[in-house]
Structure formats: structure tokens, C-alpha cells
Design a protein around this ligand. Structure first.
Ligand code: HAM
Length: 433
């Protein structure tokens, strides 16, 4: 029994799963290039205040789920592992004066995020997001562009049936009056509220709308809806986002109870779900507009819009469909030898092939040729290169393991021939499929 395990809520991504993530990251970065987003990296931890101020003090993410880093010295500032990317990206945008760049500044990032939540299926303490942000454009066209980008990601990843839930959560002009109305609604049933919810009623009543407590379901269903209380400009913005989505042929469902778990949102809010899997902890991604965040973190008023997609949940959903998403490694050639002891010759030829871009393995075990060939077949190699006496005149044998045929070939022609064979094998396979 090993005595150490990965911390609760974290996972080792073993090679097959890591490869599924790599495939998603490569789809994401390819899409980012096509849509004009440039990659950025921010630290895995920030001053806690970046999250407290940015995401909001009265949110689950900050109140309960922030992984705080204990400072080693008295004078140290307090840090926290990033629970999401938006606040850190906006901090970097401000720190590096990106407001002088032509707007919108379009950035993307993929990497691990940390939330100290109770682990369960699809909910981890370390998880991966692909995050996309456009800072400096008040929309609504960019809102539609970003929602469409998210939807395209799932399609290209191979997940059909991803639904877009869309809402507008207003802005500082219309939200306060709505929150009063909402507070009055919940106040009328204050004695039925669970204790945390009663607290939230005073501090952040909007949060009550995404309460996970079953005792809240009825009250939430009958609550006044923000979409009915939008001010003129927010209402017009929301209508225009929908017109743009309609015009792009992007389907969505307006979901009036969608409020998102972070405080920085204004106006457009959206989430992605697999059809029929719309429970808590099942969102595949979400985002929205955050027109107040840049100012909250010390900049001039600047609108922003973005999303983050949960890559762990996409991998899980693909696995549930029987499509692991793991990438096929490039086809393998194994270099074997008639003389079991001649490992240097085998290694030298494998090194040549690798330098030429091929996926090659030298059999370095000192064992009979037959055993080396068996092992090459077991590894799924299509070809073996057999090194024998002909090497003295510059030749080796190229063996087609599936067909069981072989022929001599000059070492200098080997890489070209293997590439040609791999290409025709690939076309053949595609033709058959
Ligand atoms: P979020 O809704 O908190 O938004 O997270 C986005 C996605 O990350 C979720 O829909 C989910 O797929 C995934 N996720 C969140 N928590 C976990 C977890 N514990 N385990 C596994 N997956 C998880 C944000 O983070 C915002 N920063 C999105 C955004 C960007 N808004 C504007 N720009």
C-alpha cells in the first residue's frame, strides 16, 4: 500500500486523460487564434484582495472556497490560489497599462483553478478552465460573438447537445430596485429560510436565487424576475444580444433565474449545459459581462465580457459518450536487432528517425529478435526496422508487421520511406473508415 495519495479533491491526470486535456487545449488555442484572442498567463496565486474585491466578499467562492496561502513572515501580504481567471487577468490588464491598446483587448488562458469545495463527481478542488476575456467593448455584438465562440468549442470538442442558458442581470441602475423587490419577496417568508439563506437575505439577496437548498425551490420559482425589472438601456442591450445570436443562428434559452455565482457580473450572463443535465455542479461553462470589474480593481470604468469553460467536465462528458478524447499517438516504428547485444546500432537508427520527426523506439532489451518483434507488435507498431549484418553495407530490413513481409532498404532512405508508408496507411485507414 502506498502511504501517500493526491490531496482530496485533486487528481493525477494519467497519460490517457492528460492527452484528452491536451486535445481540448489545442482546440481552444486554435479557436482563440481564429477569433483573435492572444494567450496570457497569470500567477496561480494573487493577493487575496484581488479576489475578495473582484469576485465579491459575499460569494461562496470567496467566503468558503478560497484557498488561502499562509504567509511565512509577519510582513507578507496575504495570498490565495486563484479560484478563477477573470480577476487576475483584469489585475494584469491594469498593472501593464493594457488600456492604451486598441479595445477590445482579447485575452485567453487555460490552466488550473482552485476552490476549496466539497469534492464530488465533476467538482474538484483543482480543476482546469479555458478562460476567454474581451476587455473594453460594451457590446452587445461582442457578447454574441463570445457566446458563439463558447458553443463552437463544445462542437469542435465533439460534444453535441450543449444548451446555452442566457439571462440579463441588469446593472447598478436597475439592480438595486430589483433587489429591494426581491428582498421583500423573501422577507415575507423569512421564518421558512434556512440559516445561511437568512443571512444572505441581508447581505446579498441575489445569491438566494441560486441557492442549492431544496427548501428554497418554491420561493425561487415564485420570485420576481430580473428580466421584468431591467432599466431601458439594459433591456435594449439584452434584446440586441438576442438579435445578434438569432442572426448568427445560435440557439439559446432565456433562463430568468440564472444569476451566476460571482458578484462582478452586469447585464449578460450565460451558462452552458448538456441537454438534460442542468443540475448543480453540471455547468460545463459560464460567463458574462463585468462592466464594473476594471473600476473595482482600480482602473477607469471599462466594460468587459468573457467566459470560462470547465475542461474537467468536458472530458467527463466525452467519456460518458464513450469518446475518451484521448489522442492517438503518431504511428510507431520499432528498431530491433538480430544481434541482441548491438544496442548502440538500434539506438543510433532510432535517433536518426526521431531527428527526422518520426515516432521511433529502439528495443534496448538484450533478448532474441523474435521477442523484440513480438513486443513491437504488442506496442501497436506498424513497422519494425531490423538491424543485422547488412548494416555494414548501409542497409536494414523494413518489416511490415501486419502483413508479415519485409524487404531490404538503405538506411539513408528509411525515414522518407516510413513517412510515405505512414501517409498511405493513414489514407487507407481514412478511406475504410
Ligand atoms: P464559473 O461559473 O465560476 O465562472 O466557472 C466556470 C466553469 O468552471 C463552470 O461552469 C464549471 O464548468 C467549471 N468549474 C467551476 N468550479 C469547478 C470545480 N470545483 N470543479 C470542476 N469544474 C469547475 C468563472 O470562473 C468566471 N471567471 C467565468 C468568466 C470569465 N466570466 C467572465 N469571464
Amino acid at each position: 500500500m502506498p502511504s501517500f495519495r493526491a490531496p482530496r479533491g485533486t487528481r493525477d491526470l494519467l497519460p490517457a486523460e492528460r492527452s484528452a486535456f491536451a486535445r481540448l487545449e489545442s482546440i481552444a488555442s486554435d479557436l482563440a487564434t481564429r477569433y483573435g484572442y492572444r494567450a496570457i498567463e497569470t500567477p496561480l496565486f494573487e493577493q487575496s484582495a484581488v479576489f475578495e474585491r473582484g469576485i465579491g466578499e459575499v460569494t461562496d467562492v470567496v467566503e468558503k472556497e478560497l484557498f488561502r496561502v499562509a504567509p511565512r513572515t509577519e510582513e507578507a501580504e496575504t495570498w490565495a490560489l486563484r479560484p478563477e481567471a477573470t480577476a487576475g487577468i483584469v489585475r494584469a490588464y491594469l498593472q501593464h497599462g493594457m488600456h492604451v491598446l486598441p479595445p477590445p483587448v482579447k485575452l485567453h488562458l487555460s490552466g488550473p483553478m482552485f476552490r476549496y469545495d466539497r469534492p464530488q463527481a465533476g467538482r474538484y478542488r483543482q480543476f482546469w478552465q479555458w478562460d476567454v476575456e474581451a476587455i473594453g467593448d460594451g457590446g452587445p455584438a461582442i457578447d454574441a460573438e463570445i457566446v458563439e465562440l463558447g458553443a463552437r468549442f463544445y462542437r469542435e470538442a465533439g460534444l453535441p447537445d450543449v444548451e446555452i442558458l442566457l439571462n440579463s442581470i441588469g446593472d447598478p441602475v436597475c439592480r438595486p430596485a430589483y433587489i429591494d423587490t426581491l428582498r421583500a419577496h423573501f422577507q415575507s417568508a423569512a421564518d421558512r429560510l434556512p440559516p445561511t439563506e437568512r443571512q444572505r437575505l441581508a447581505s446579498n439577496p441575489l445569491r438566494l436565487l441560486d441557492s442549492k437548498d431544496p427548501a428554497m425551490a418554491d420561493l425561487i420559482a415564485t420570485a420576481p424576475r430580473l428580466v421584468d425589472h431591467l432599466c431601458g438601456p439594459c433591456d435594449e442591450h439584452f434584446a440586441s444580444v438576442r438579435r445578434h445570436l438569432d442572426g448568427l443562428g445560435v440557439g439559446y434559452r432565456v433562463e430568468p433565474a440564472l444569476v451566476r455565482g460571482l458578484d462582478y457580473y452586469t447585464r449578460t450572463a450565460f451558462e452552458f449545459y448538456r441537454r438534460g443535465a442542468e443540475g448543480q455542479q453540471q455547468a460545463l461553462g459560464g460567463g458574462g459581462r463585468y462592466d464594473g470589474l476594471v473600476e473595482l480593481l482600480g482602473g477607469r470604468p471599462t466594460p468587459g465580457m468573457g467566459f470560462a469553460l470547465g475542461l474537467d467536465r468536458v472530458v467527463l462528458a466525452l467519456e460518458a459518450l464513450g469518446a475518451s478524447g484521448a489522442q492517438e499517438p503518431a504511428s510507431l516504428v520499432v528498431v530491433v536487432g538480430a544481434d541482441p547485444a548491438a544496442t548502440l546500432e538500434r539506438l543510433r537508427i532510432a535517433t536518426l528517425l526521431r531527428a527526422d520527426g518520426l515516432h521511433a523506439r529502439a528495443d534496448l532489451a538484450v533478448r532474441k529478435l523474435g521477442r523484440q518483434l513480438e513486443s513491437a507488435s504488442r506496442d501497436g507498431a506498424h513497422f519494425a526496422v531490423i538491424v543485422g549484418d547488412e548494416l555494414a553495407t548501409g542497409d536494414v530490413q523494413l518489416r511490415d508487421l501486419a502483413a508479415g513481409t519485409q524487404r531490404p532498404i538503405p538506411v539513408v532512405d528509411l525515414a522518407r520511406e516510413l513517412k510515405r508508408a505512414a501517409a498511405s496507411h493513414h489514407h487507407g485507414a481514412a478511406g475504410r473508415g
